[in-house]
Design a protein around this ligand. Structure first.
Ligand code: UDP
Ligand code: MG
Length: 311
């Protein structure tokens, strides 16, 4: 019996791309000695994407439809696909043909060669807007510095995951999530496939700059506790700089009568005092944030460990 591979395709207002996507798939899939299930996750489309998928279902019984009651976002749509697929491996790809389906054989070959996660890495795309390009550079720069999870720049959601990875992924319970970051968090044997992102086939990209910033912020928060601890660090910095200096001025002016220390006026000393107090308040916030961080860790309840193979 040949192995089953699940294709997971999130769909949000893609009615114009779906037929072309299916056509492209039906050119590639028959060349491969695998069975396929094609899972379309309709993420609350407002156009007739669902009708389009049902139409395709009429002459392709490998197609399954998960129809969301409203728009939940791509990350959740991918999660739903992974939760509901039954393949020995799953490949996630965009419905707008930006992820070239011709590369599916390459993903599968790397999987057969032993990789449990095969990540599609986008080659430099000069057509992308300067804001998006610059933004993603900043995002990957910051996230690789502040997070323990290793994230490849330009890594996309176009990826294959082995059944073992899918089962581990399905243990995540956190609500606010970035699917590819969670897969990266899991580890496992990885390989990459470099691809040139095609222009969108039809319709418009629904990830505006604003939505991307939101996604970036939420992944900072979920992948790193640094933002939470920032106030505390600032507080400690203030205490350890302003504190000794204030003490120097106080002793120098009122006890030892050093000339430099005596030159500070009353209001200046008051400013030091206030700044010092701010330092104390911020460090107290930092202390609280340590507890919040530990609550955060307990609440999202990530698996304690991930076993690669149980021999
Ligand atoms: N998508 C989705 N829910 C959303 C937004 C997008 O399922 O709320 C799907 C969309 O149909 C497409 C994929 O996610 O298949 C990527 O979306 P898009 O092309 O808008 O993003 P970009 O290519 O800019 O990353
Ligand atoms: Mg797209």
């Amino acid at each position: 019996m040949s192995k089953l591979i699940s294709l997971i395709i999130p769909v949000y207002n893609e009615s114009k791309s779906l037929a072309a996507l299916h056509k492209a798939l039906s050119l590639v899939l028959p060349t491969l000695a695998y069975d396929f299930e094609i899972i379309f996750v309709n993420d609350g489309s407002r156009d007739d994407s669902v009708a389009e998928i049902v139409k395709l279902q009429n002459f392709d019984n490998r197609i399954k439809l998960l129809d969301f009651s409203r728009n939940f976002g791509k990350e959740i749509a991918l999660t739903a696909g992974l939760n509901n697929c039954v393949g020995d491996a799953a490949i996630m790809l965009d419905a707008d043909l930006q992820h070239p389906v011709e590369l599916i054989p390459e993903f599968i070959a790397k999987w057969e060669a032993g990789a449990q996660v095969v990540v599609g890495v986008r080659a430099k795309n000069s057509k992308e807007g300067i804001i998006k390009r610059f933004g993603s550079k900043i995002f990957y720069g910051i996230i690789s510095k502040i997070s323990d999870t290793k994230i490849t720049p330009n890594a996309t959601d176009f990826r294959l995951v082995d059944r073992v990875v899918i089962d581990e992924f399905n243990r995540f319970t956190e609500h606010s999530r970035m699917t590819r970051a969670l897969i990266d968090w899991l580890g496992f044997e990885r390989d990459t496939v470099v691809f040139q992102a095609a222009p969108r086939f039809a319709g418009e990209a629904s990830y505006s700059v604003c939505k991307l910033i939101k996604l970036a912020l939420s992944s900072f928060i979920s992948l790193s506790l640094l933002p939470l601890k920032l106030a505390g660090y600032l507080g400690l910095f203030i205490i350890f700089t302003v504190g000794p200096f204030g003490l120097y001025v106080l002793l120098g002016k009122y006890f030892f009568h050093w000339p430099f220390a005596s030159s500070f006026s009353g209001p200046a000393q008051l400013a030091f005092l206030l700044l010092f107090m701010v330092g104390i308040i911020l460090s107290a916030l930092g202390l609280i944030s340590l507890y919040v961080a530990s609550i955060h860790g307990e609440v999202i309840g990530r698996p304690l460990y991930v076993v690669k193979k149980n021999k």
